[in-house]
Write a protein that binds this ligand. Sequence first.
Ligand code: ADP
Ligand code: ZN
Length: 802
Amino acid sequence: MITEKKTRLIEVVLNRPLWQSFTYSLPLELDGGKLVGCRVAVPFGTHRLIGYVWGYTTADKTNTLEVKDVLGRLDANPLLTGSVLELTRWAADYYQAPPGMMMAAAHPPGISGKAERVVTLTGKIDPEHPFSAFLPAGKSIPVKLLRDSMSSTCPLERELSVLEKSGVLRTIWKPVSGPKPVMERIVEAAATDSALTRRADAMKRTAPRQAEILLYLATCEGPVTRRQLIRTTGATVSSLSGLIKKGIVKESYRRRYRESLIRSDIEKEKDIPVLSEAQEYALGVITKSLDRNEVFLIHGVTGSGKTEVYLRVISDVISKGRTALVLVPEISLTPLTVSRFSRRFPGLVTVLHSGMTAGERLDSWNLAKLGERRIVVGPRSAVFAPLPDLGIIVVDEEHDSSYKQNELPRYNSRDVAVVRGRMERIPVILGSASPSMESYGNANSGRYRLLELDSRIDGIPMPSTILIDEGSMHHPLISDELLKGIGRRTAKGEQSIVLINRRGFSPTQMCRNCGHREECPNCGITLTYHRKGQVLRCHYCNHWKAAMIRCPQCGFDEFAHMGPGIQKVEEYLRKLLPETRIIRMDADTTRGKDAHWDILSRFAQGEGDVLLGTQMVAKGHDFPGVTLVGVISADMGLAFPDFRAAERTFQLILQVAGRAGRGKIPGEVIIQTHSLKNPLIKAAANHDFADFWKRESGVRKMFGYPPYGYLVRFVWSGLDKGRVHKAANASVQGISRNDGSISDVLEAAFPRINRRWRWSVIAKSPSRKTLARISREVRKRFESAFHKGVRLEIDVDPYHLL
Ligand code: ADP
Ligand code: ZN
């Protein structure tokens, strides 16, 4: 390092699964202004990456032989506003997340990652200059391209710097990113589904990527875009072209609409209603404390008009010149909520959503930052939206598990929202008909203020419920009561919703002779049978194979398809009620862009009599025509070895039941279950949250689970079972346990996912501080020894313990 050149040392974090930061030196000309939080381009191994400045340092912490220079600075000021930057740093620390990944999560996608240097013409270049032919006016080209086009004797860097000084051109570092699509390509199969699967199976060894494509087309319903196909199958364009050449697959074009996200055909136009007494009271309480931080939990039964309260509060906030943030579960499943906001506040709302392109999201993000849009509605990641002068945060359906990110960086957006409210000194509203144990616990202890809306709008009664014993039905899956109920509704022009929370046709395909079932070689779990395309699929790692035609064990050719799955229910319903129009909604029918919206709006417009679906149909939909809700195998989720199984099952039943009878005609709910006497199912059937809370909180208290204690989960994984086990043991050995408990090192409930063996440890304590200390120690121990091929993931406040 040249000492007389005055440079500063800085710490940079990268969008990689790494906890540590890296030291670089900052050339003088890049210094100045607010530096922390800015993006910089840095050399990293053989790559050029874009990272975020985390802080200053005096000594090189990386211990590399030589501190490298920052190549370029991308921002004059950090893109994140001061408070969001602080929030992001808090989240990285609290969730023990890789800080660069946390920073990337708080930014719009596509603006970090790999870096490239581009050159743009800014003045007139001598037409004789060797560069001139390669520099089109108004366009940027990568410097690398220029270098490749010049002879190797050309002093490229010197020329660039001379021309830059004289104002002819400018070079900058920017992320390597693709163009924004306007048209999109549609891919279709030119053969029947099962023929595709057979063909795919035959090609599996020789052309695995092409096989993936064929399988995808065979099992997916509706049109598939090329982008989506390649993204989900991981196949390349050339393998697709190969299939097109062979004539198995066809391609065509379709227009892509940028604004397709806010659609209003889900619900009819309504006047702004006069508030009910309960709504008025809640509104009054909240608007009185708009100038300070307080967290409100609105516990309102389904159809009690929670959304209207949010809208009124926001209207108040907006009229004071401030901005508002609304978090919703996956947007594609809650189009109704989204459209209600954009309708009430035309021109003020922008939506952030994972289905948008990177360019679209960047646009929305910037509009919010500039104050051009004053309300942001978005899922999980929108909690970091750069709204200036934020006045309120709303978290709708706060119990929804989609607020918890299930991969790195693992944060819970609802909880980050609460912290953001505290940092910005503004109120936060959490709302749900079935609040999470955590939030209700906080309301009970007085940390949150509870507001109850305990009846439906306009005196509409809660639906009546009957429970049916699945053990004593005539039909294996559909009770007479449900069947008659649907038939009666259809005849009267009313609608029904049927929930069965399992994808596929049935959990297993079993040989009728020897009982053989096919298992996933990566995970050791029985493969799920999908009738469409005749495929067996692992729901954990996506491994698949063609369904058995002959049993590989005994050669027999008859099979039983055991257990319920949504495709089987669909088949039965179509057979038993041939006149009824059924619309199915699950992960397999909603893969296309906008597929969720299409299904929901078709059903809203009466194009179907029955909406049959997985948990997707339990979200906050409001279909006044629905008078019957049926739940098949309501106890299915209870068997999961997870302390949240009861809570999840209760929420699911309560939510789906809440879809019934929201219009003029009273609703009915039919719940089929094998555990008729289960108090939890009974509580859900009676819409009795208080009873559920009493029971479940007793259990949680006894075992120190949330909200009476906190958890951190550590999972070590890798291909070599012994090595993973050893790393896990070494990481927790000798950790002091005062006021916290650490479980033994145990195989995870799913001991092997995607070929990786998994060992886990759960730490539990009533003190978050203790858990943070334990996590840091585990991390330090893990990092201090080299465990080849072993990964450690830390999950703070975990949602799943599988
Ligand atoms: P929740 O979110 O609590 O389930 P919604 O906000 O969806 O309830 O409200 C249920 C229905 O009642 C919606 O159609 C909504 O437009 C309507 N609604 C809400 N408040 C009122 C009111 N004060 N008067 C009349 N209708 C209302
Ligand atoms: Zn698997």
